[in-house]
Ligand binder design. Structure first.
Ligand code: EPZ
Length: 426
C-alpha cells in the first residue's frame, strides 16, 4: 500500500492547476444512462472513483472511451454511450465500495422501467441512509421494494411528474431524483433541493441533453419531463473541495500560490474565513491567489452547512489549519454524525483538540511535530497532509488509497510549488 511522506516547513510558491470536480463528474457520468446518444464529458479528473464509475457503467452495457489529459491538472475526456442498456442490477460489491453507485437507481428506472441497486450500508463518516432517494422516486411513481439488501424500483409504464419535498437537504437524493424527473411524464417540483454547484453543473448538462429544467442553484427546481434526451458535450466544473484544500495548504504552510482554473464563487464561504485567519485572497481572472506571510494564522470558528455554507468536505482540512492557529476555534459538524476521525490523528501530530458532541474545540499550538498517521476517509487524509506541511520533521500518511479516490496527483501538485512531499510505493 502506498504512503505519502512529507517533510514540513517549506513555504509554497507558484501555481496549482485545479482539476475537474469528482462530485460533479460521478453523477454526470451516470447521466449517460438517460440517452442512447453519446455523452462527451471533458475536464474529467483521473481518480479511482471515476475509473470505478466507468466500470459500473460498462456493466450496464455503456460503451466507455477515455482519453487522458496530458499535463498536470488537464482533465481527460470520457465518451459514454448507452445505446442499449443491458441489465439493471448494481451489486453490493460495487455499491459498498462507492456510494455514488447508488445514483444509477433514478436514471435506470426512468430509462428502462426497472432498477435493482444494493443498499450501500453505512460508511466511515456516518450512517448515510438513502431514504430520501427512495421517497423521491416514489413521488415520481416508482414502486419501491427493499428485499435482501437490495432496492428494487419498478415503473414499467414509466415515471410521472410529482412534487418531491426533501425534509433535509441531500445532494445525492436531489441528483438522483433530478435525473429521473427529466424522463418522467409531466412536471416535477423538487422542494428544499440542494443548491451545490455540482447540482447546477449536472442540471446544465441535462439541459444540454434536451431536459427542461428551471430553478437550478435555488432550493426549488422545476423539471418538465421529455420523452427522450439526446447526446451532448459538457465540461466538468472545477473541484471546489480541491480548490479549498490547496487554499488552506498555502494558509497553513505560508507562501504565495495561484490556484488556476477555478473561481472564488465556488468557495466563498472558505475564502471569507481565510481572510479572518490572516491570509490574503484575491481573484486573478484565471483563478484565485492565496498569500500568507509573516504572522501565525488566527483562530476562527465555523459550522458546516449545505451550500452556500461551509462544506463538510473542507471541515477536516480547516481543523488542521486551526490546529496551528493562535487562539481557540470551535468547529461544528452539522452534516455527518461521525466526521471527526481525523481528530486522534491530528492529536498524534501534537494538536490540542477536544470533541464535545458535534463540536471540536481546537486550541492552536505553535508547532506540530511529524509522526506516522492513518487516514480513514478521503478528506481526513488531506487534512493530515496539510498538517504535515506545517509539522516539524517527517509525517507519513498511510492508506493513501483514500486520497487517490478524490485528489488527482496531489503529491505532484504540492511538490511543484515547493513542498517536500513524496509517494512511497511498497
Ligand atoms: C455528497 O454525499 C458528497 N458525495 C459528499 O462528498 C459530501 O460530503 C456530501 O454530499 C455533503 O455535501 C458525492 O457528491 C458523491 P447528502 P451525499 O445526501 O449525497 C443525510 C466526499 O468526500 N441523508 O447531501 O451522500 C445524510 O446521512 C464525499 O467527496 C439522509 O438522511 O450526502 C447526511 O447526514 C463524502 N437520507 C445528510 O443527509 C438520505 O436519503 C446530507 O447527505 C440521504 C442523505
Amino acid at each position: 500500500m502506498d504512503k505519502i511522506s512529507i517533510k514540513g516547513g517549506a513555504r509554497l510558491y507558484g501555481q496549482i492547476p485545479i482539476s475537474g470536480a469528482k462530485n460533479a463528474a460521478l453523477p454526470l457520468m451516470v447521466a449517460s444512462l438517460l440517452t442512447d446518444e453519446p455523452l462527451i464529458l471533458t475536464n474529467v479528473p483521473k481518480l479511482a472513483d471515476v475509473v470505478f464509475m466507468a466500470e459500473l457503467l460498462k456493466s450496464f452495457g455503456v460503451s466507455v472511451e477515455w482519453t487522458p489529459g496530458e499535463t498536470l491538472g488537464e482533465g481527460g475526456t470520457y465518451r459514454l454511450q448507452a445505446n442499449r442498456v443491458r441489465g439493471s442490477t448494481a451489486e453490493y460489491d460495487i455499491v459498498r465500495k462507492m456510494r455514488a453507485s447508488f445514483f444509477v437507481l433514478g436514471p435506470l428506472v426512468a430509462r428502462v422501467g426497472l432498477a435493482k441497486v444494493s443498499l450501500p450500508g453505512g460508511c466511515a463518516i456516518g450512517a448515510r441512509p438513502v431514504d430520501l432517494h427512495l421517497t423521491g422516486l416514489q413521488a415520481l411513481g416508482a414502486a419501491i421494494d427493499v428485499a435482501q439488501g437490495y432496492v428494487i424500483a419498478d415503473a414499467p409504464a414509466g415515471l410521472a411528474g410529482g412534487e418531491v419535498v426533501f425534509p433535509i437537504v441531500s445532494v445525492g437524493a436531489t441528483e438522483n431524483v433530478l435525473m429521473a424527473a427529466c424522463l418522467a411524464q409531466g412536471r416535477s417540483v423538487l422542494v428544499n433541493a440542494a443548491r451545490e454547484p455540482e447540482i447546477v453543473d449536472l442540471g446544465n448538462c441535462l439541459i444540454a441533453m434536451g431536459a427542461k429544467i428551471s430553478g437550478l442553484g435555488t432550493s426549488r427546481i422545476v423539471v418538465d419531463g421529455v420523452p427522450k434526451l439526446h447526446g451532448a458535450s459538457h465540461s466538468v466544473l472545477p473541484d471546489r473541495i480541491e480548490t479549498g484544500t490547496y487554499a488552506m495548504a498555502v494558509a497553513i504552510a505560508g507562501g504565495e500560490v495561484e490556484l488556476t482554473g477555478t473561481t472564488p464563487d465556488l468557495v466563498s464561504s472558505l475564502l471569507d474565513l481565510l481572510v479572518l485567519v490572516g491570509a490574503e485572497v484575491s481573484s486573478t481572472g484565471t483563478g484565485i491567489k492565496v498569500v500568507r506571510n509573516g504572522s501565525r494564522p488566527k483562530s476562527v470558528s465555523v459550522d458546516t452547512a449545505p451550500f452556500p455554507g461551509f462544506p463538510t468536505d473542507l471541515q477536516a482540512q480547516f481543523m488542521a489549519l486551526m490546529a496551528t492557529a493562535e487562539g481557540t476555534s470551535r468547529i461544528r459538524e452539522t452534516i455527518f454524525e461521525n466526521r471527526f476521525m481525523h481528530v486522534p490523528e491530528l492529536v498524534r501530530l501534537g494538536a490540542d483538540i477536544k470533541v464535545e458532541g458535534d463540536t471540536a474545540i481546537v486550541t492552536g499550538v505553535p508547532h506540530l511535530t511529524g509522526a506516522p498517521v492513518m487516514a480513514t476517509d478521503l478528506r481526513a487524509s488531506s487534512s493530515l497532509v496539510l498538517a504535515g506541511l506545517a509539522a516539524e520533521g517527517e509525517t507519513i500518511v498511510n492508506r493513501v488509497y483514500h486520497l487517490d479516490r478524490g485528489f488527482e496527483r496531489l503529491e505532484e501538485k504540492l511538490r511543484a510549488v515547493g513542498a517536500n512531499i513524496e509517494r512511497q510505493s511498497e
